[in-house]
Design a protein around this ligand. Structure first.
Ligand SMILES: NC(=O)c1ccc[n+]([C@@H]2O[C@H](COP(=O)([O-])OP(=O)(O)OC[C@H]3O[C@@H](n4cnc5c(N)ncnc54)[C@H](O)[C@@H]3O)[C@@H](O)[C@H]2O)c1
Length: 503
């Protein structure tokens, strides 16, 4: 424990925040044990100062008076530089506390409202007496936790495993902790990650493609040719041979520095080389940072079909360096943007609002997209259900790619596919809004000359439909995207035909 404590010690105060019932006290105690520090709970210190339990003070003096006393105590604790501080759930509503948190390492334990309610039900907490008010308060505070958090964990049990990563994070970076049956790992979004050391076993061997090598990975050990046409077994075999030549053992790890092609290929080689070596994903395209690098799907293409051979192999970490997006060609940026819009529709909430406002894809947007993917794959690692929502827009997109013999590339095809999915969802105003966003990003919103009948037929074949209805991912509203929805053949055809008409 001592060695772990020394290793995990942080240069800033670790501040734990989250809603009532999220598990903050458990997390504070767990991390204090490892750091061999005194667990400081702001509410406990407050009760001492108030000379009475918080519920009694609340009843006697009201929330306003409580918040004033809370501010004094929290600012004092933060100022003192205590190693571990747990905050009361409402502390983030205070702007002075939020400002003070910027200088510390703030961890948000993000647990859903139903779990929180179940845990506090029957407790003496004054704010846990009325469920509707509880839910409303939860919704009001979420964006505030989001604003102050440097790291987001899905539960108190992740805090100890996350400590080494919290320590390794460069200043200004943010982390989401991914938890799947196949492994738990940090997804870090920030600057300076592409060549920073990261705590991982053994020696690091970097795999990249020829283009990315010139820009971001001059010291790479294994170089593959760039492009989807090289995401093949043949290239995988070249990588395996290089790993043998470099004497890579199971005690070492690979670093995949590049776009989704390098990530999928390297992940696949890592899953299979000596029956599995660890891999750190360092995505350098927008598409890979918001989507491909997260979730552990790896693989290569066969001549017959894309991604036909592969394995689930969760990474040790995903390190997204925002600086790498600066060298991305406009067409690759646009391709990633189509996935950003898809992800924002799935997430709803503040991510959707940001994207819908037409603002730039900045650190907040990339991080929020990464968190959404983390949440979806955490709930469903192996495509059994929820993960299928990630296929929003992709059903028609794949058919367009196939029918056009890949003359229409993936990003533009997803743009068109999203518009078809929104029409099929009956969300006409939302479709117009998304069309304008995609168009402004340089993505196509119509495809004159499209063979609509062939695209619709290919879509139905692709979905292995059993009857007349084709199962689809549809948008009921931003934040309410459902898979397995039935779509009639005539409606499908009409939605694709519409893409062929000029605006
Ligand atoms: N595993 C998953 O869950 C998942 C999800 C979505 C997509 N994918 C896969 O991802 C792949 C597409 O990924 P992609 O769009 O990143 O393609 P990519 O890896 O081919 O990258 C696109 C191009 O950009 C170049 N590039 C990469 N980073 C750069 C940078 N920072 N500056 C300049 N150029 C750069 C690459 O060399 C390449 O030429 C597909 O094979 C797809 O199947 C996987």
């Amino acid at each position: 424990v001592e060695a772990l404590g020394a290793q995990a010690r942080l240069s800033r105060s670790l501040v734990i925040t989250g809603f009532m019932g999220a598990g903050k006290s458990t997390a504070v105690r767990a991390v204090a044990r490892v750091l061999e520090a005194e667990p400081l709970d702001a509410d406990a210190v407050l009760e001492e100062r108030l000379g009475m339990p918080i519920p009694d003070f609340f009843d006697a003096h009201g929330e306003q008076a409580f918040r004033e006393r809370e501010e004094q105590v929290v600012l004092e604790l933060l100022d003192r530089g205590a190693p571990v501080v747990g905050l009361g759930g409402g502390a983030v509503e205070n702007p002075r506390i939020r400002a003070a948190l910027r200088d510390h390492l703030c961890v948000w334990i993000d647990v859903d409202v139903d779990t929180c309610w179940r845990r506090v039900l029957g407790s003496a907490r004054p704010l846990a007496r009325d469920r509707d008010a509880f839910v409303a308060r939860f919704a009001r505070r979420r964006p505030l936790y989001e604003e102050v958090a440097h790291a987001v964990l899905g539960g108190a049990q992740s805090i100890v495993p996350a400590l080494p990563s919290l320590r390794a994070m460069p200043p200004g970076a943010r982390m989401a902790w991914a938890t799947t049956a196949g492994g738990s790992y940090p997804v870090v979004v920030g600057e300076g990650l592409v060549d920073a050391p990261w705590p991982a076993p053994g020696r690091a061997f970097t795999v990249t493609d020829a283009t990315v090598r010139e820009l971001w990975a001059r010291d790479a050990d294994v170089i593959v040719p760039a492009g989807e046409q090289h995401k093949t077994l043949r290239t995988a075999e070249q990588v395996w041979h290089d790993l043998v030549r470099l004497d890579v053992t199971r005690g070492d790890h690979l670093r995949a520095v590049g776009g989704g092609v390098v990530g999928d290929l390297t992940g696949f080689c890592a899953a299979t080389y000596q029956r599995g070596v660890p891999v750190v994903q360092v995505p350098t395209t927008l598409l890979a940072q918001v989507d491909a690098a997260i979730g552990g799907k790896t693989g290569v293409d066969l001549p017959q079909a894309k991604n036909y051979v592969g394995a689930y192999h969760q990474p040790l970490a995903v390190l997204s360096d925002l600086r790498t997006l600066g060298t991305l060609p406009a067409s690759e940026h646009a391709a990633g943007y189509a996935e950003v819009v898809k992800t924002a529709l799935i997430a709803g909430g503040t991510l959707w609002e940001r994207v819908a406002s037409g603002g730039p894809v900045d650190a907040d947007v990339v991080f929020a997209c990464a968190r959404t993917k983390v949440r979806v794959v955490g709930a469903d690692e192996r495509d059994g259900g929820l993960r299928q929502v990630l296929n929003l827009g992709h059903t028609v997109a794949h058919a367009i790619e196939t029918v056009s013999r890949h003359q229409v590339l993936h990003g533009p095809a997803v743009s068109l596919g999203l518009l078809a999915a929104l029409r099929l969802s009956g969300r006409d105003a939302l479709r117009d809004q998304v069309r304008d966003l995609l168009g402004a990003a340089g993505l196509p919103t119509t495809l004159p000359g499209i063979d609509a009948a062939e695209v619709a037929a290919t879509t139905r074949r692709d979905k292995k439909r059993t009857g007349e209805a084709v199962p689809f991912v549809l948008v009921h509203a931003p934040g309410d995207v459902r898979h397995g929805e039935a779509v009639g053949s005539a409606d499908l055809l009409a939605a694709v035909e519409e893409l062929g008409r000029a605006a």
